[in-house]
Design a protein around this ligand. Sequence first.
Ligand SMILES: NC(=O)c1ccc[n+]([C@@H]2O[C@H](COP(=O)([O-])OP(=O)(O)OC[C@H]3O[C@@H](n4cnc5c(N)ncnc54)[C@H](OP(=O)(O)O)[C@@H]3O)[C@@H](O)[C@H]2O)c1
Length: 341
Amino acid sequence: MNRQIVLASRPTGVPTPANFRLIESPVRELEEGEILIENKVFAIDPAIRGMLDDRESYLPAVAIGGLIPTMVLGRVIQSRNPAFKEGDYGRGFVGWEEYSILNPANFAIENVHVDPAVPLTAYMGALGWSGITAYIGLKRIGEMKAGDTVVMSAAAGAVGSVGGQIARLSGCRTVGLVGSPEKAGLITGTFGLDAAINYRAEEDLAAAIKRACPDGADLYFDNVGGKILDSMLPQMRDFGRIVVCGMIANYNDQDNPVPILNLWQLLVHRITMRGFLAYEHQDMLAEAEAQLGAWIKSGELIALENVTTGIENTPEAFIRLMSGTTTGKTIVRLNDGVTTL
Ligand SMILES: NC(=O)c1ccc[n+]([C@@H]2O[C@H](COP(=O)([O-])OP(=O)(O)OC[C@H]3O[C@@H](n4cnc5c(N)ncnc54)[C@H](OP(=O)(O)O)[C@@H]3O)[C@@H](O)[C@H]2O)c1
């Protein structure tokens, strides 16, 4: 049997358990060209929240009763396709389900070479699309160079925790914005950033950023949008770059986005502000994976994860992520023992 989590109702604000339902159905026989994967790790991403609203975005809305989409890493347990053999690992944007039947000819599924020296979960976090997004965003979109002052928002989160460390390892001065004193300690202690700002504790956020970046920021990597983006705009140096990775501050309430009042600063400081979708930069995948893998294996980059076990606990993991309480990559592990099919 395959257990899946589907959308029971559309959330208002932060999702609740009642928005999700667990269903079961038999796994059918494979057709020619298809593979059956036993899903091992889910990457839980804020982008899923946008797909639960009935509105147009860069990702399609999930229908009521539809499978919740997610990035999955699974082991191939049956194959009728020469591109995958049993025991291979497939990574693709599939959904919250224990087994998936896919045809690699018409579905983007990557055959991932799993290094036994690297934990499987890392392929969904620092060595997965969170780390790859940070790498592409900083290097290609942000044109980061040694000596830059780089500011990272949500700096204790999945993308931000890797991004801050990439900037440090690339010879930049690094400042992280986070939402608690514990997160501030984590990013300066464990991740080695130069400075942390707990934005919730600052009455005048712009002044706090100015104290941390007296000469301004060359590069702001934005994961959150909202008030933090607005406060960063006047603190950019001339010809600074703003990388728009995400705007999580608005995801739980897209009808009431936080207004941005300081856009004029784009002109004042001749700033380049550019959004990107990491999966559209596949040509950088090999470089990003090689560099991130080397840093993780040498211990220079810490891959922090918060791990939940079992498909039935997946909604709770997602709710915690969207409540802002997590650090590192939010991961769900499943089918850890023997194949249960
Ligand atoms: N462009 C791309 O290709 C791409 C790819 C992957 C992810 N993204 C985006 O990158 C951003 C970071 O993603 P992630 O996976 O690394 O997530 P994450 O940072 O682990 O997300 C959770 C953190 O966001 C912060 N946050 C700020 N405002 C929030 C709010 N209103 N509600 C909940 N959390 C809030 C919280 O940290 P604090 O306590 O520090 O505020 C929270 O712990 C997201 O915007 C995501 O959509 C973009």
